[in-house]
Design a protein around this ligand. Structure first.
Ligand SMILES: Nc1ncnc2c1ncn2[C@@H]1O[C@H](COP(=O)(O)OP(=O)(O)OP(=O)(O)O)[C@@H](O)[C@H]1O
Length: 424
């Protein structure tokens, strides 16, 4: 399996004129002091950041737009404020432990350990990243007195990708889907090179820049760092220079299910599947998943049983699968694997066993797909169906690699410029 990683890393080096595959990880300022005051018009100021409106609310905290008063042009940034002891988040986690999903699009963070641990891991992972298609962390303010952590990030004012209307019809043109796909491939390629598996790729975690010309990958709340993968991707010489936070090397989160149900790869949920499990990738990390016996059993006649005899491993291929699900969502305005009811159990069964079917047309511009196996090899439909086919390959060993997605015969992204500047 290391072959695809090796070829990917050599392609990186070859593809970049500077000879450096990617930007070096950026330095993130760690600030232990917090000063809270108010502007003349009574707006809060956290250290040098003047707080504006709230842009979003996550499970563990809130995100605000802010302006850096210390910069010449009052640079616009985002600040995520997380309270360490958050009773609401603890309650949500408790509910999930009982397998009562809040929504099928809510990420599972089952037993991911203490909130503090989760945030520290998210920060440690973001600290390793500096890439044009990955949301950049700039500063962490640790407010021990009030039990809060502030993460100062670049602000993506275009917001989350909206991919469907109320009738579950696509709202993005095929060309926009193509660009988003290209951006995510490049962002993921960088993450994997850094040894990071995102584990929650989905449209809601892709944020638009202000001009909506580019997306960046966000939300590293359930991401995993694999030193083995970093070694395989970057080579021992490079990886040995990494200054790794010890929290990154803690593998305990890998034994927990994480991600958003409709986007989970078959190998993550294959314990529901009675068939022999896909074989294990040689580059896989060594930690295994536990049995998911506690899953809600809806439909007692089902023959699907948790397969506890074989333990599966988490690899970068799960991000490729999630990219395939994401691309399908963008093109068709619906998820590819749709259970007849809201049962998570049925969903997992369908992901593992069923094939996906396209609509007759794709995108807001309603381009013909030509069906599941288009005959016209020169058509856009053929290229896109072929790409989906390879991304949504159930066997992770046969699934397309990002390298293949970028440079091989899949011309879906081929005529776009291969690289964007990596600065942010
Ligand atoms: N850098 C950013 N720029 C613009 N909007 C952002 C940024 N970071 C997060 N957001 C928005 O803020 C909202 C909350 O983000 P946040 O990461 O806290 O929650 P989340 O995505 O639900 O993740 P979790 O609950 O797992 O921590 C999201 O809707 C996201 O779109």
């Amino acid at each position: 399996m290391s072959s695809d990683i090796d070829s990917a890393s050599s392609a990186h080096a070859a593809g970049d004129p500077s000879g450096l595959p990617f930007d070096p990880p950026g330095s993130v300022r760690m600030t232990a002091e917090l000063h809270y005051r108010y502007s003349d018009d009574r707006r809060p100021i956290v250290n040098q950041y003047l707080r504006g409106h709230r842009v979003g609310k996550g499970q563990h905290g809130e995100v605000w737009v802010c302006w850096d008063l210390s910069s010449n042009n009052r640079r616009e940034l985002a600040i995520k404020a997380v309270k360490r002891n958050n009773p609401r988040a603890e309650k949500m986690n408790m509910l999930r432990r009982r397998n009562i999903p809040a929504s099928s699009h809510t990420p599972l963070t089952e037993k991911l350990g203490s909130l503090e641990h989760k945030i520290r891991k998210e920060i440690a992972i973001m600290k390793k990243c500096r890439h044009g298609h990955v949301v950049r962390l700039l500063e962490v303010i640790d407010d021990k007195l009030n039990d809060r952590i502030y993460m100062v990030m670049e602000y993506l004012s275009g917001g989350e990708i909206k991919w469907r209307n109320e009738q579950n019809e696509p709202v993005l043109q095929v060309d926009q889907c193509r660009r988003i796909c290209r951006d995510v491939i490049l962002g993921l390629e960088y993450l994997h090179y850094q040894g990071i598996i995102h584990r929650d790729i989905k449209p809601a975690n892709l944020l638009w820049t202000a001009d909506r010309q580019m997306v960046k990958i966000s939300d590293f709340g359930v991401s995993h760092f694999s030193y083995a993968q970093r070694l395989a991707a970057a080579g021992r010489g490079n990886a040995l220079d990494d200054a790794n936070d010890p929290i990154l090397l803690d593998d305990s989160d890998l034994s927990k299910r994480a991600g958003t149900p409709p986007f989970l790869a078959p190998e993550v949920i294959a314990e529901y599947n009675g068939d022999p499990s896909p074989s294990i990738s040689a580059s896989a990390t060594s930690t295994t998943l536990p049995s998911l016996r506690s899953a809600p059993h809806i439909g007692s006649s089902s023959t699907v049983r948790p397969n506890t005899s074989q333990r599966l491993q988490i690899t970068k291929a799960i991000d490729v699968w999630a990219l395939g699900v994401t691309l399908y969502c963008l093109l068709f305005g619906k998820i590819p694997f749709r259970p007849p009811d809201s049962s998570e159990y049925m969903l997992y069964n369908i992901i593992c066993k069923n094939d996906w079917e396209p609509e007759d047309t794709m995108g807001y511009d309603r381009l013909p797909t030509g069906g599941r196996k288009p005959k016209d090899k020169k058509s856009e439909g053929f290229v896109v169906m072929n790409l989906l086919d390879k991304l949504l390959e159930k066997d992770p060993n046969k699934r397309m690699t990002l390298d293949q997605a970028k440079v091989r015969q899949f011309s879906f992204c081929a005529y776009l410029p291969p690289y964007l500047p990596f600065y942010v």
